[in-house]
Design a protein around this ligand. Structure first.
Ligand code: G1P
Ligand code: ZN
Length: 542
């Protein structure tokens, strides 16, 4: 039986950089999740009888929303739902399942790297048939719908048993509960030389992967330990927990400081890595060396041809605007395309679909390729392992040789979290007003060469996205970028991205913050961060 339930709009359902993210108690309000899910369905056309993929990162409230989504999909006319066992599907695995089974789209329940638990974060994101996040045209339509919604449709049948793999006909719709790992692991075996990696490990190469009690645990256990032969215990914190064990599942140097310290110690393993809440981010640390995501993107792109899935070379590289220009130098040397997009994975979809780019990345620990339409944490780990196996060199050697060949882009991001929203908006607005006056201005020894608010012109669908971040470029190629986060759930987060290029290899071993010191001072002075936010120092430096 289908029920039509009257409802009234909530005023705060605007999707951000990656879907709708709110605290769990917000999502627990009567009709809150239902309104958003119905608004998604109301913004789509032609899905009658088709398949919808549903899965999440296992965080608190995941199973509840999955049951609602299944019943609403049935009531709205989907013919089939594919859902991961236990409600689990990592974001890249969901993307792959959508593509492999030619589903109409998918609902991914996650707040990515944000904490989970009864008072922490939850999120809902819609992905389209290419497996990628819905483009702005659709997210804008979803938001518009949330502001006027007056009813939703839900089928009345008992909760689906998510813990048993199999197919059932419920309320006239097929529900297929699938193994969340199998299809994804098979795809990884196609892309990478598992034999070479297995051989490397059998020769004593030591790796350690921290799944942060989040969704990549089952994937990493199966792939790294079962299939590639890494000793039991190589994958840590592999049980997905609803609150991620109370940790913040964002694989940065603050949250992964234990792994970092271990990797810097004398008896460090050869390779350390971690992924985030929903499995799309990665942290890569070699013995004695942390690899910045921007460098990792450039190095993976430069060496991708060593993996079977990319042996014919790559078509192009795409990076988000705040990501360092290290990848640009690889593209330039190889004579392949380089694309600079706004922050957020959704902007890569068109470039990947059109075959313009093969490898994409963001400074925020996201790297991926055309194999799915999301960033993919384990994919980056496996490509690194494939490269290490073929080159037979250490991470530090590979990074050092890369800098010697291409130069080094010193890079850091300073985040000011939980800033007063008006203060943060004021800071950006005042920078925007100042833009025309900045060229020629001196900050110490630095001279501004250009300044703008980044606009992206999509080469495929010709859409234009304005106001994507304030860029201040200095003579010599250094730059500072300011933007506000679109994924935070408390106040505003100001992100300041700082970059300096150094060609001279005798100057490649300076401590990062020291190498960027004069740019950090310039950023402070041009934006008056202290005066406007009341903060003396960033909350997180990566
Ligand atoms: C952040 C990252 C961005 C990433 C997004 C989703 O968004 O900066 O690169 O795509 O999370 O993982 P932000 O909070 O900056 O809007
Ligand atoms: Zn994520």
């Amino acid at each position: 039986m289908i029920k039509t339930v009257p409802t009234t709009p909530f005023k705060d359902q605007k999707p951000g950089t990656s879907g709708l993210r709110k605290k769990v108690p917000v999502f627990q309000q009567p009709n809150y999740a239902e309104n958003f899910i119905q608004s998604i369905f109301d913004s789509l056309e032609g899905f009658q009888g088709k398949c919808l993929v549903i899965g999440g990162d296992g965080r608190y409230y995941n199973r509840d929303v999955i049951q609602k989504a299944i019943k609403m999909a049935a009531a709205n006319g989907f013919g089939k739902v594919m859902v991961g066992k236990g409600g689990i599907l990592s974001t890249p695995a969901a993307s792959h399942v959508i593509r492999k089974y030619k589903a109409f789209g998918g609902i991914v329940l996650s707040a990515s790297h944000n904490p989970g638990g009864p008072t922490e974060d939850f999120g809902i994101k819609y992905n389209i048939g290419n497996g990628g996040p819905a483009p702005e045209k659709i997210t804008d339509a979803i938001y518009a719908r949330t502001t006027i919604i007056d009813h939703y449709k839900i089928a009345d049948f008992p909760d689906v048993n998510l813990d048993r793999i199999g197919r059932d006909d419920v309320g006239g719709m097929i529900v297929s509960v699938i193994d969340p790992v199998e299809d994804y692991a098979a795809l990884m075996e196609e892309l990478f030389d598992f034999g070479a990696i297995r051989n490397l490990i059998s020769l004593g190469f030591r790796l350690c992967f921290d799944a942060m009690s989040a969704v990549t645990g089952p994937y990493a256990k199966d792939i790294l330990e079962n299939r590639l032969g890494a000793p039991t215990g190589s994958v840590r914190n592999f049980m997905p927990l609803p609150d991620f064990g109370g940790h913040h599942p964002d694989p940065n140097l603050v949250n992964c400081h234990e792994l970092y310290e271990e990797m810097m110690s004398d008896d460090a393993p050869d390779f350390g890595a971690a992924s985030d809440g929903d499995g799309d981010r990665n942290l890569i640390i070699g013995k004695g060396i942390y690899v910045t995501p921007s460098d990792s993107l450039a190095i993976l792109a430069a060496n991708a041809n060593l993996a079977p899935g990319y042996s014919h070379g790559i078509a192009g590289i795409a990076r988000s605007m705040p990501t360092s220009g290290a990848a640009d130098r690889v593209a330039e040397k190889r004579g392949i395309g380089i694309y600079e997009t706004p922050t957020g994975w959704k902007f890569f979809g068109n470039l990947l679909d059109a075959g313009l780019a093969t490898i994409c990345g963001e400074e925020s620990s996201g790297t991926g390729s055309s194999h799915v339409r999301e960033k993919d944490g384990l994919w980056a780990v496996l490509l690194w392992l494939n490269i290490l196996a073929v080159r037979g060199e250490s991470v530090a050697d590979i990074v050092g040789q890369h800098w010697a060949a291409y130069g080094r882009n010193y890079y850091s991001r300073h985040d000011y979290e939980g800033v007063d929203t008006d203060a943060a908006n004021g800071l950006i607005a005042s920078l925007r007003d100042k833009l025309p006056t900045l060229p020629g201005t001196k900050f110490g020894d630095l001279t501004v060469s250009a300044a703008d608010d980044f606009s992206y012109h999509d080469p495929v669908d010709k859409s234009v996205s304005n106001n994507q971040g304030i860029r201040i470029l200095f003579e010599g190629g250094s730059r500072v970028v300011f933007r506000l986060s679109g994924t935070g759930t408390t106040g505003a987060t100001l992100r300041v991205y700082i970059e300096r290029y150094e060609a001279d290899s005798t100057r490649h071993n300076i401590e990062t913050q020291e190498a960027l010191a004069d740019l950090i001072v310039a950023a402070q002075s041009v934006a008056d961060i202290r005066g406007r936010t009341g903060r003396d120092a960033p909350t997180v430096i990566t």
